[in-house]
Design a protein around this ligand. Structure first.
Ligand code: AVI
Length: 330
């Protein structure tokens, strides 16, 4: 861990650990230069994208948020006992910092570190949390957690991480391993991880969750193009694309794409890309894991499964994993 510049944004400490302009153009060019054009899912999350995602979490078809929230509410006491009090508690992809509210009284962390890529959303949410929990010490870190990070050192004591929402499912298995190893390093020996993981289930339930009747998920997907236009001098016309989401059962993942509806060219940051009608830009995977599959993944990252909570319908799981001290973590 490294030292970083912290600014006091009223009641919270703020750490700027993300340098978006450096990486965004390079990642967009790399993705659009592939045969299967691809854009990374983190580009969903500008201010509007974060708001649209919050709207998704309230949709009747999108069961993960309400199911996970119910599990956190029901088992907060037990989760708190496992995590222990007075830890430094990191939250990866904290977004609105809503779910942590369910755990704060049970966990009573020494420091809470929300980590998110969407700066304004992160700061606004951290400020709201500081107002509602005056005893809580908050160090908000604007960071792209899909890349190697350097988080400030908060001194000796126990470190835990909270990674809700099944965001781990948005990483391909090799990248998920890398990320979990990074979390293992972050929490150190004796640390723990509470992670939400969406379970495998009937394809119809999954496809409904990613193709909602109000079209909010479609707006969320298409907003990525507007985000790129604003940030990179690009001229995507979102009207030339349509939202697609299908479940690939053999890979155990939802695949989300933007399908081009006509032949056209798009200028992006000095380069021109040709889009053929019917061609797609892949924007997101959302992997689903059985409990056993997730344990097998976690076992390769220096974590040992301790406890898993699931709902009666078997829609969603929350795992508590403890850092294995015998593990060599690379
Ligand atoms: C953030 N992530 C876990 C969501 C998911 O379900 O994979 C993102 C999302 N994409 C479409 N709807 C929700």
């Amino acid at each position: 861990m490294a030292t970083a510049t912290a600014n006091n944004k009223d009641a919270i400490q703020y750490h700027e650990l993300h340098h978006p302009a450096d990486s965004m153009a390079a990642e967009v060019h790399a993705g659009l230069g592939r045969r299967q054009k691809t854009l990374p899912p983190k580009l969903f999350y500008d201010k509007r994208g974060s708001e649209l995602f919050d709207a998704i979490t309230r949709l009747p078809e999108y069961y993960p948020t309400r199911t996970e929230t119910a599990l956190l509410g029901k088992y907060a006491g037990e989760m708190g006992r496992l995590l222990g009090r007075q830890s430094v508690l990191f939250e990866l992809g904290s977004g609105s910092s809503d779910k942590i509210r369910l755990l704060l009284d049970a966990v009573r962390p020494r420091v809470y570190v929300p980590m998110d890529i969407s700066r304004k959303h992160l700061i606004d949410s951290a400020r709201r949390l500081a107002r509602d929990y005056p005893w809580l010490v908050i160090h908000a870190a604007c960071v792209d957690y899909s890349r190697p990070w350097a988080i400030p050192d908060f001194g000796p004591g126990r470190y835990n991480a909270f990674f809700p929402g099944s965001s781990i499912g948005n990483f391909e298995p090799a990248s998920a391993l890398k990320l979990l190893r990074q979390v293992r390093q972050l929490v150190g020996d004796g640390g723990g991880l509470l992670v939400g993981v969406d379970l495998k289930k009937d394809a119809a339930i999954l496809e409904r969750a990613y193709n909602d009747a109000q079209g909010i998920t479609a707006d969320f997907n298409l907003n990525m193009l507007a985000h790129i236009n604003r940030r990179l001098d690009a001229d995507f016309d979102p009207g030339n694309f349509a939202h697609r989401a299908i479940y690939n059962a053999s890979q155990g993942r939802i695949e989300m794409h933007l399908e081009c509806t006509c032949d056209h060219r798009v200028r992006v940051d000095g380069a021109v890309y040709h889009f053929a009608s019917g061609e797609t830009i892949h924007t997101e995977y959302s992997y689903k894991y059985s409990v056993g599959e997730f344990h097998a993944l976690a076992a390769q990252t220096g974590f040992a499964p301790v406890r898993v909570w699931t709902d009666r319908a078997g829609l969603f799981s929350v795992h508590y994993l403890k850092a294995r001290t015998d593990a060599t973590v690379s």
